[in-house]
Design a protein around this ligand. Structure first.
Ligand SMILES: COC[C@@H]1[C@H](c2ccc(C#Cc3ccccc3)cc2)[C@@H]2CN(C(=O)Nc3ccc(OC4CC4)cc3)C[C@@H](O)[C@@H](O)CN12
Length: 294
């Protein structure tokens, strides 16, 4: 039956086969979650079943103060250079946090304190106020930790996680983009030890199917001791670097207002690296939709 037959009236004399009401319609292609968002849900569920609460990570823009200074990252640190960090031009600066906290951070950088000799370099208010695209979700952790340390009713233990986009001014290639999703777990409680950090990571990574872990001493400005984490990946038969971790330093926690016996541990990894391995992507740019001439 066509439009012409209807218009000309020839349908009246035409013979048609019996209408098959049982015929199936054309198969419709159902939608699917993007692999990255699929894996993000898997990681979110791992944290939730470990009793962690999700941090509010909506601010991609942060001040250098919260992304670096509050974390005791020195103002001369190369990570703060233009080739590693995206700086905003308009607006280019932010308002400082409450003066008492700001001054405590400036003091520990310039003169030390809490057993630390500090960086003994002149503090720059201008550097601390510069607005950037956050280079790690640890910037959000520093906001939340400050809130926990100063909340009404005093400190209460916390288990927090974040999974969101971070931005680094890096050249792109098959495994690096100028942005990626960082996954971060943070625990604040009385007298936490390195053993607790290792225990949390063993539980977390075991839920990702990584049981055989090794830890290697590393350096972060905001954690001491710090460790890189490696896992034996049976599918590839290789040891893979799967993240970084450490115990946040007193030079960061005490200016925030934490009592001396409250320790904070943290660990982090990316979302893209495991997703690429799980879904067998060779090039990260095909994972996130950049046009790639492979
Ligand atoms: C600029 O690079 C940063 C990113 C990203 C990363 C590194 C460190 C942190 C952190 C942290 C931290 C430290 C202390 C306290 C709080 C947070 C977060 C993300 C991954 C971290 N990495 C990473 O994700 N690797 C990884 C993770 C899981 C995985 O699972 C597969 C099924 C087997 C495979 C690989 C390690 C490397 O890929 C590394 O080369 C790239 N790293």
């Amino acid at each position: 039956l066509t439009a012409e037959m209807l218009a000309s009236g020839s349908w009246k004399t035409a013979s048609f086969k019996k209408y098959n009401f049982d015929a199936l319609g054309a198969p419709t292609m159902g939608g699917a979650l993007h692999p990255l968002l699929n894996f993000r849900e898997e990681v979110r569920n791992i944290f939730l079943e470990m009793g962690f609460a999700e941090m509010p990570t909506a601010s991609f823009v942060e001040s250098s103060f919260w992304c670096f200074d509050a974390l005791f990252v020195p103002q001369q640190h190369p990570a703060r250079d233009l080739q590693d960090t995206f700086y905003l031009s308009d607006p280019s600066t932010s308002l400082p946090p409450p003066k008492s906290y700001y001054d405590a951070v400036a003091k520990v950088h310039e003169h030390g304190g809490y057993g630390s000799i500090g960086y003994r370099a002149p503090w720059s208010d201008e550097d601390a106020s510069k607005l950037i695209l956050r280079t790690h979700t640890t910037a959000t952790s520093s906001h939340l930790l400050r809130e926990i340390a100063t909340q009404k009713g005093g400190f209460k233990p916390a288990k927090l996680f974040s999974i969101d986009r971070v931005f680094r001014n890096e050249s792109t290639d098959a495994t690096h983009l100028a942005e990626f999703h960082q996954v971060e777990g943070v625990v604040a409680d009385k007298n936490l030890t390195l053993g607790d950090l290792i225990g949390f990571m063993k539980t977390f990574f075991a839920k990702m199917g990584l049981d055989n872990l090794r830890f290697k001493p590393a350096y972060n400005p905001y954690t001491e001791p710090s460790m890189e984490i490696f896992a034996y990946h049976s599918a590839s038969g290789k040891w893979l670097e799967i993240g970084n971790s450490g115990m946040f330093r007193p030079e960061m926690l005490e200016p925030m207002g934490f009592p001396k016996d409250i320790h904070v541990l943290g660990w982090g990894l990316s979302l893209e690296r495991p997703t690429m391995i799980k879904y067998k992507y060779k090039d990260i740019r095909t994972l996130v939709g950049h046009r790639v001439n492979i």
